[in-house]
Design a protein. Structure first.
Length: 316
């Protein structure tokens, strides 16, 4: 039988104590890290727990030159979207900052974005300086920054939405028509750089007040491609054009669709047809312009009754 000295027992007890202390320290560190992770998950910015969505108000994301592109940033109530005040390019609430900017070819544009709170915990974003835009493809970039509960680190999330502005245009030659008249429809299609796209497949669906729809297109030759479409200079003839005879009084719905090498674009418009309009206005003007050249616009106004007032023509 081996007999240990008192000093040896003390040494062994000390070793056991040290190992137990190490195990307790390691276990405590693991528990502490676990608690920190759980706490962070509970108190970190709600934007990390709820994915927001950025969508165009126009589902096709194609806007006409007389439209102000609009978008919504939507998430749930728990994501803290309430209590934002309207502002230009940036709004703040409770430590959260939401900002928006417009890019073209990765360069920020001199365009302001109006940000306003809408219903259902979403923000509406509208471009308000479209005079500064030129036809082409753009990108709206929205950034959401929220602070963590612990520390000064900001949580940053970015949402982007591509859109086009002014790449499609349809210009009826009159503001309104009499029943039985032939509407002359001038059409322009531009690419993402704002240049003519004469290879595009173009179709125009026209729905009359009775719900009957007819489709004109370049495929069936009811939409004509002009011989001057490729001319990068002053031309008076539209790149694409078509004629359509109106019959029933009321509003006709126009849906213009273009298939290009880089994607598809859609815009909507309308025609007004009346039996006896008080007056008609016919506009003679180019559908696209070469900016360094001068152009003449002519308005032919035919009044069926006396008129007193102001006539205004808006140039996009």
């Amino acid at each position: 039988m081996q007999i240990k000295s008192i000093s040896e027992e003390k040494k062994e007890n000390k070793k056991t104590f040290l190992w137990t202390k190490k195990i307790i320290i390691i276990a405590s560190a693991v528990v502490l890290l676990f608690l920190v992770a759980i706490t962070s998950a509970l108190f970190i910015s709600p934007y990390l727990k709820t994915q927001a969505t950025l969508k165009p108000l126009n589902l096709s994301a194609s806007y006409k030159v007389n439209e102000s592109p609009g978008f919504t940033l939507k998430t749930s109530k728990s994501a803290g979207m309430a209590n934002f005040k309207s502002g230009l390019n940036e709004v703040k609430s409770g430590g959260t900052t939401i900002s928006a900017k417009v890019l073209k070819d990765n360069k920020q544009q001199n365009v302001n974005v109006q940000i306003a709170q809408d219903s259902n915990y979403q923000l509406k974003m509208t471009l308000i300086d479209t005079d500064e835009l030129s036809p082409g493809k753009y990108q709206l970039v929205t950034t959401v920054q929220t602070p963590q509960t612990f520390g000064q680190q900001m949580i940053k999330q970015e949402y982007t939405q591509d859109f086009t502005w002014g790449v499609l245009s349809i210009n009826p030659d009159k503001a309104s028509y009499k029943s039985g008249e032939e509407a002359k429809l001038a059409i322009a299609v531009l690419n993402d750089k704002g240049q003519m796209d004469c290879a595009a497949k173009v179709s125009l669906s026209i729905t009359d007040p009775n719900g009957q729809t007819i489709t004109l297109s370049t495929d069936n030759k009811t939409i004509t491609i002009s011989e001057t479409c490729q001319v990068y200079d002053k031309v008076l003839e539209p790149d694409f054009f078509a004629n359509y005879k109106v019959t029933t009084p009321g509003t006709y719905k126009l849906n213009l669709h273009a298939e290009t090498a880089l994607g598809t674009h859609d815009i909507t418009d309308g025609l007004l047809v009346e039996d006896n309009p008080a007056f008609t206005i016919q506009r003679e003007a180019p559908t696209r312009i070469y900016p360094i050249k001068d152009y003449t616009t002519k308005l032919n106004i035919t009044a069926q009754a006396d008129f007193t007032g102001t006539i205004t023509d808006t140039v996009p």
